[in-house]
Design a binder for this molecule. Structure first.
Ligand SMILES: [Zn+2]
Ligand SMILES: [Zn+2]
Length: 151
């Protein structure tokens, strides 16, 4: 069985930040895409509630939906490839007419537009740039890398 990799493009804003969502508090924030992809941390602290979690739990609902859609489309393509061939050979037989109707996955579902309603902050402890909502900044933010609190 071969491994299939799916590349999902997560949109970045004009400054290279990607939007993430905490699985615990459901608040959103942004970190640099490069930092998220190439950073040397497996866990990240949510800047809003401060609870650490695996990096892959921080994808937004839209990104997860998009990945499901891409995988379903791939599965349907595979079915069409394999079934399509055998249906063609079946149809060569005049007495049997087989047709195939597979529902198309909604390909119009596009990823969110990265929003710009965030405030950019730099956390000195790990020298990391972060974008959080203004209200979260007022209450105090946690560093995604070391979990230190900044007020
Ligand atoms: Zn959180
Ligand atoms: Zn830090």
């Amino acid at each position: 069985m071969s491994v299939v990799n799916f590349d999902i493009l997560i949109p970045l804003d004009s400054q290279g930040f990607m939007e993430l969502e905490c699985d615990y508090c459901k608040n959103r924030f942004m970190v640099l895409g490069d930092e998220f992809k190439n950073g040397d941390f497996l866990h990240m602290f949510c800047p809003v509630c401060g609870i650490p979690n695996h990096l892959n739990t921080f994808y937004t609902t839209e990104v997860i939906e998009k990945s499901h859609e891409i995988i379903s489309q791939w599965a349907i393509d595979q079915i069409q490839k394999t079934l399509g061939a055998s249906i063609k050979s079946l149809n060569k037989n005049k007495f049997i007419k087989v047709d195939m109707k597979i529902p198309k996955v909604n390909s119009n579902l596009e990823l969110y537009e990265a929003s710009n309603c965030y405030l950019k902050v730099n956390l000195e402890c790990c020298n990391i740039d972060l974008k959080i909502r203004e209200i979260d900044h007022l209450v105090g933010a946690y560093c995604p890398k070391c979990g230190g609190c900044h007020i």
